[in-house]
Write a protein that binds this ligand. Structure first.
Ligand code: TYD
Ligand code: MG
Length: 455
């Protein structure tokens, strides 16, 4: 007799057991173990009632198909983050903290797509239709041909979408949706997953684009957007600092375009305004050159963006000095501090270090290393860099500076904004095409000695 290949899997934690039991040993859940028969053809498929799957038609990689037609909303910041416009039959997740402006952004987007000729439906599970209408009025969009509903019942929503046949549907938010075939409360992991799965499958089948709004949650009762990131084609996060009016829409995954692209908006009394020149905005709060302030010539997605790093270094009363970072990776800060100490003889022991990216932008480029190191040195030595200087370059553990990509784009942006000097790694492509004079530095110790006269 052939050995049985049936397995027993816990539906709660996914652990596989070789026999059924009432309680999963791995996670302790009760009644969660179910029998699973293998799907493959062969003797084992007897356990599936001898049914065989249908053979699938395989195809070549080469295709004659045209790239998907895209619709532009006319909001350039949004279109770029989407990879050039909205793709039909796609699912987009827009995540962000509560209150950051997701509903505002998507109502504006719905209106723009409607004006661009798409049939747009906006379904709110959080606000009454009257509230959404009031917001539309505030945004001056009450005339836009967007169809509105306040509903949370997924079955009713799908039936409605089936008859209305919109080109784009916005579901605000996925955590309020309720699928009646799933036995748990709205907002739970299984409800959020089921609702997202139904909506994305529907979108693919009907050629509709669906936008799911997901609240980022710290922890607790509501499932965050993370649990459905893998199901959708595009994941966008809407970020911003409280107290700042800047909002950044960042593509972290995009099957139809580049990831890491950002769109910059400003929250105003009349909704979100596009910021076409983010460098000017991020630097607008900068006044006189101050110790600890350094302008970094960065690249976000396909666009150069100049931002200001601010550092503060002060004697610490604590046994373990503080390392506080906003907008930059704290592990990376620790590395830069270690290199400054070990390779350049600049210790930060007994000193509190605060590092901040002005304007609420989050920077993840290694090219910012040198700007961070310069800000730290500038703060520690109390020496301000000249106001017309930008800095970029990656620092290696040896203290050497590595050239970074797109030097010319960075310098052009700097020139456009009135900067005339740059501190950058040597060995990079010489950018003689711009009017910015570049001081090329081989390693961090040279920067310490030549720029800050320390070490
Ligand atoms: P909202 O879009 O409701 O956030 P989310 O859907 O992410 O929870 O936006 C909430 C905030 O935006 C609210 O505090 C008020 C502010 N806001 C403006 O400043 N201007 C506006 O025109 C609108 C509509 C909202
Ligand atoms: Mg909302």
């Amino acid at each position: 007799m052939a050995k049985s290949t049936t397995s027993f899997t816990c539906s709660a934690c996914g652990a596989v057991h070789n026999k059924w039991s009432g309680r999963c040993d791995a996670c302790g859940a009760w009644n969660s173990i179910t029998e699973e028969a293998p799907l493959s053809a062969g003797p084992a498929s007897k356990s599936l009632g001898g049914k065989r799957g249908r053979a699938i038609q395989l195809a070549d990689l080469a295709t004659e198909e045209a790239p998907p037609p895209r619709t532009q909303s006319g909001m350039a910041e949004l279109d770029r983050v989407l990879g050039g416009g909205l793709v039909p039959a796609s699912a987009i997740l827009v995540g962000g903290d509560p209150g950051i402006g997701k509903s505002t952004l998507l109502l504006q987007a719905a209106a723009s797509f409607a004006k661009a000729g798409l049939k747009a439906v906006y379904i709110s599970g959080e606000e009454a239709s009257a509230q959404v209408r009031m917001r539309a009025q505030r945004l001056g969009l009450e005339k836009a041909p967007v169809q509105l509903a306040a509903e949370t019942n997924l079955r009713d929503i799908l039936t409605t979408l089936e008859t209305v046949r919109p080109d784009v549907a916005i579901i605000d938010s996925i955590q309020t949706m309720w699928a009646d075939n799933v036995e748990s409360a709205p907002g739970s992991v299984s409800q959020v997953r089921a609702a997202a799965h139904e909506l994305t499958a529907f979108a693919k089948r009907r050629g509709m684009a669906v936008v799911l709004v997901g609240h980022v949650t710290k922890e607790g009762q509501i499932a965050g957007p993370r649990v459905i990131e893998h199901m959708v084609d595009t994941v966008l996060y809407f970020e911003g600092e409280r107290g700042h009016q800047f909002r950044i829409l960042r593509a972290v995954k995009n099957r139809f375009g580049p990831a890491d692209e950002i769109g910059v908006f400003e929250m105003t009394g009349g909704g979100l305004a596009e910021v076409t020149n983010p460098s000017a905005l991020f630097l607008s709060e900068r006044d006189q050159p101050a110790p600890g302030s350094v302008v970094f010539a960065g690249i976000e997605g396909t666009r150069p963006v100049l931002v200001e790093f601010q550092a503060l270094v002060s004697p610490s009363p604590l046994g373990q000095p503080r390392r506080t970072v906003v907008g930059w990776d704290s592990g990376r800060l620790a590395m830069v501090l270690a290199v400054l100490e070990a390779r350049c003889g600049i210790p930060f022991t007994g000193l509190d270090v605060y590092l901040n990216v002005a304007g609420g932008l989050k920077i993840s480029e290694p090219a910012a290393d040198l700007a961070v190191a310069s800000a730290l040195l500038s703060a520690r030595e109390d020496i301000a860099l000249p106001a017309d200087t930008v800095v970029f370059g990656e620092i290696s553990l040896s203290g050497a500076l590595r050239p970074v990509g797109q030097t010319e784009t960075r310098l052009k942006e700097a020139e456009k904004l009135g900067f005339s000097q740059a501190i950058a790694p040597s060995g990079g492509k010489s950018a003689a095409t711009t009017g910015v004079s570049v001081r090329q530095m081989p390693d961090l110790a040279t920067v310490v000695g030549e720029i800050f006269g320390a070490g």
